[in-house]
Design a protein around this ligand. Structure first.
Ligand code: APR
Length: 265
């Protein structure tokens, strides 16, 4: 307890650590679990959002058509919760990784905007963002950093705005999917953090990396389908496991050789 985790505690072979440190291209696929330690609830599992709320009413185009006020009340509540939350050490390590890898993408299923707040720049928001609103008539997207006030919020054109997120039964935009698939295919290593990996096409991204010869490193509090093919699966909270893993990577000879002047190592 309280002790620094070592490579052997974490069961990460030296060769894998070196490959992670030497890689020039990397990506991170995140799910709700990466924000769990920031106090934002996950969707599945005990206490998950879909245990408490009906996704058909709140996260489908049909639900929105039937009761936009109800859907917006829920999104307003979530915007307020997300605004109160702060990025945790896992988000911060992911932002730090971007400074190390010449080619780096955060592929996130989260709509909470937490990666941006932590300092990540190259982010692909697979399922959209709770901080964007989209006109249902002309598709015009507006950005906000405050929870909606008026429910439902209206566009300048007078028609209703919806959250610019991907609901069940909706496809991801071609642009987003292309960017994510390209990043996955060209990544020498993909870190898969806090996702149950049951929602596609996001769950296919680490498979693309694996099939392209890249490493897949998973961090999750419990096993998932990714565990069956990951090169390393670290079981534990992301806010603890990811900083520990990143420390090990930064202490490898390969990392030191490439970044001889980086302080605080
Ligand atoms: N650290 C790491 N992993 C964690 C932590 C933690 N502190 N807490 C929970 N987890 C793991 C859980 O074990 C689970 O595997 O995070 C995962 C969360 O899974 P889901 O709730 O299913 O979230 P996600 O994978 O992001 O869901 C995908 O489903 O409902 C849709 O659109 C929604 O983007 C979401 C998509």
């Amino acid at each position: 307890m309280g002790r620094t985790l070592t490579a052997s505690d974490m069961n990460v072979p030296e060769g894998v650590l070196n490959r992670i440190a030497e890689a020039r291209s990397a990506s991170v696929l995140t799910g709700a679990g990466v924000s769990a330690e920031s106090g934002i609830p996950t969707f599945r599992g005990a206490g998950g959002i879909w245990e408490k709320y009906d996704f058909r009413k709140l996260a489908t185009p049909q639900g929105f058509k039937e009761d936009p006020e109800l859907v917006w009340e829920w999104y307003q509540l979530r915007q307020r919760e997300m605004l109160k939350a702060a990025p945790n050490p896992a988000h911060l390590v992911i932002a730090d990784m971007e400074r190390h890898y010449p080619q780096f993408s955060v592929l996130t299923q989260n709509i909470d905007g937490m990666h941006k707040r932590a300092g990540s720049n190259h982010i692909v928001e697979l399922h959209g963002s709770i901080w964007r609103l989209r006109c249902v008539r002309d598709g015009l997207v507006t950005q906000t950093d405050a929870p909606v006030v008026e429910i439902p919020p209206l566009c300048q054109c007078g028609s209703i705005l919806r959250p610019d997120v991907v609901w069940f039964g909706e496809p991801l935009s071609d642009e987003v999917l292309d960017a994510a698939s390209r990043a996955a295919a060209s990544s020498e290593v993909m870190f898969v953090i806090g996702t149950s990996a049951v929602v596609y096409p996001a769950a296919a991204l680490p498979i693309i990396t694996k099939n392209s010869g890249g490493l897949v490193i998973e961090v999750n509090t419990e096993p998932t389908d990714v565990t069956t093919y990951a090169d390393v699966s670290l079981m534990g909270p992301a806010g603890k496991m990811l900083p520990a893993l990143w420390n090990l990577i930064r202490r490898t000879e390969s990392f030191m050789k490439e970044h001889p002047f980086i302080p605080n190592r």
